[in-house]
Design a protein around this ligand. Structure first.
Ligand SMILES: NC(=O)c1ccc[n+]([C@@H]2O[C@H](COP(=O)([O-])OP(=O)(O)OC[C@H]3O[C@@H](n4cnc5c(N)ncnc54)[C@H](O)[C@@H]3O)[C@@H](O)[C@H]2O)c1
Length: 357
């Protein structure tokens, strides 16, 4: 079992990473000074698999209730938030009460938003059960829901009190979700850490066979990298934007395909390949590093080519609306070598020219 500390002064918290550790939950909670009431927010798929283990792991000193939302991105909506508030008020949750998110990024983002807003904020604990949630969405405090006019438009920065990643839960995850989640681990390697990148290449067979030792190692390193970046720039005013490597293009692809065709990580995989290609065209990286990037994406069964169904000019129109743009320039995070990136702005015409080559 391993621990990563996210150091944010009085809002610091631990990320515990281990195998079959749900039964020990009560130990991790012991020093958090929580009230008696706990509400577990989950969905039927995940709760059926791990709900009982979590309830038993929390122990008898708590009064525990659970609330299940639909298993879909639609759960991140004001409709479900309202239903949960109703339940919490009837269940008489006070300001010492705790919300535990049990599930993937959807459940985590929704439950975190509820925790951030109910009575101006109550205790929040994440038990992420997808690769994406363990290495990315549960760390760093971004919580939120979707609006009919756009994804993740309503939200807050609200740090949890604790994150518990049990790699054993990944054994029931469909392989497509594993591949998609690992796109974010590849991202950490490319933006920050060549050693992590090399492990992903050299140990890909063990990782894809869900070898617990390798999973714990890469999840821990991913959490460490995200923690270090969030500690430096919690509200994304600077270096945290590097985490968007592959995402400007990836988001455009998810958006144009109206969020359903691609898993987030699948779109990010293509986005990382596109960013690599641009970096190569501009002589920012060597051909060897570019090829290594493509290899890492392909090893994890992710695509690297822009699908022919969409025109580059339509994708660029969506990129023009990206929240991270500045002064009418589309901001791209580009690798300069494995383990290092820069942020660069482009006009739509420049990008069209580069991507059409
Ligand atoms: N807050 C952030 O910083 C952040 C970062 C990245 C993504 N996100 C958000 O995360 C969401 C995507 O998260 P996700 O990829 O985890 O998808 P998800 O939460 O939809 O989970 C994927 C599927 O796997 C199922 N599942 C989860 N754990 C399982 C397990 N252990 N065994 C079997 N099935 C399991 C879920 O029920 C779901 O059907 C998006 O809404 C995205 O906006 C947030």
């Amino acid at each position: 079992m391993d621990k990563v500390i996210v150091g944010l002064k009085e809002r610091s918290y631990d990320i515990i990473i281990g195998n079959k550790i749900l039964k020990e939950l009560h130990k991790f909670l012991a020093n958090l000074n929580l009230g008696k009431k706990i509400l577990i927010i989950s969905n039927p798929t995940v709760f059926e698999l791990y709900g009982q283990a979590v309830i038993e792991g929390l122990g008898e000193q708590y009064e525990i209730a659970f609330y299940l939302v639909e298993d879909s991105e639609n759960a991140k909506s004001i409709h479900w938030v309202n239903k949960i508030y109703d339940f919490m008020i009837d269940y008489k949750m006070d300001r010492q009460a705790t919300i535990v998110a049990l599930g993937g990024g959807v459940v985590g983002d929704l439950a975190g938003f509820v925790a951030a807003t109910y009575m101006r904020g109550i205790h929040f604990i994440q038990i992420p059960t997808t690769v994406l949630a363990q290495v990315d969405s549960s760390v760093g405090g971004k919580v939120g829901i979707n609006h009919e006019k756009g994804k993740n438009l309503i939200g807050a920065f609200y740090q949890p009190k604790l994150v518990v990643c049990d790699v054993d839960t990944l054994n029931t995850l469909p392989m497509r979700e594993i591949y998609a989640g690992l796109a974010e681990v590849i991202k950490y390697g490319i933006i920050y850490d060549r050693t992590l990148f090399n492990i992903l290449i050299e140990k890909h067979k063990e990782i894809l066979a869900l070898n617990t030792e390798q999973l714990e190692k890469i999840i821990k390193r991913s959490c460490e990298i995200k923690a270090r970046i969030v500690e430096e720039d919690e509200k994304e005013l600077g270096i945290r934007a590097n985490l968007n490597f592959g995402h400007t293009f990836g988001h455009a692809l998810e958006n144009i395909s109206t969020y359903g065709k691609y898993r987030h990580g699948e779109a990010v995989g293509i986005g990382m390949a596109v960013a690599g290609k641009i970096a190569l065209s501009l002589d920012h990286i060597t051909i060897e590093d570019y090829e290594a990037i493509l290899k890492s994406i392909t090893l994890y069964h992710l695509a690297t080519e822009i699908p022919e169904d969409y025109t580059i000019s339509n994708l660029i129109k969506i990129m023009e609306l990206d929240k991270k743009n500045k002064d009418n320039q589309i901001r791209m995070i580009l690798p300069t070598k494995i383990g290092q990136v820069i942020s660069q702005g482009f006009s739509s015409n420049e990008l069209l020219e580069l991507l059409s080559r």
